[in-house]
Design a protein around this ligand. Structure first.
Ligand SMILES: [Cu+2]
Length: 102
């Protein structure tokens, strides 16, 4: 992974880019149809109601498709067809009352 120097030397736009890369790092499907599957770790989900809340929150982001929230793994996987930024995704999860694990 990129070292600390990279974060220190580069303006925020690059940092944003980096966090997107980190989010995508977990699982990346081939670019057939240009679709990338994002997988994020979500902390704080404890029941099906939490899954519903997270599903609803992420579902409001434009371009998020085939969303699957896994309670046991504490993960959400979805196609990010409009390249929503990591910031937007984190905010949606946090607004719903949960946290994206770094
Ligand atoms: Cu719950």
């Amino acid at each position: 992974m990129l070292g600390k120097w990279f974060l220190a030397e580069h303006p925020p736009i690059y940092r944003k880019l980096i966090s997107c890369i980190i989010i995508n790092h977990g699982e990346k499907k081939g670019s057939e149809g240009g679709t990338v599957v994002d997988k994020i770790k979500i902390q704080g989900m404890s029941c099906q109601h939490c899954v519903m809340s997270v599903t609803k929150a992420l579902g409001t982001i434009p371009g998020v498709k085939n969303l699957k929230v896994d309670l046991v793994k504490g993960e959400a996987a979805f196609e990010n067809t409009q390249n929503a930024s990591a910031e937007v995704i984190h905010k949606a999860v946090e607004d719903a009352g949960y946290k994206v694990a770094e």
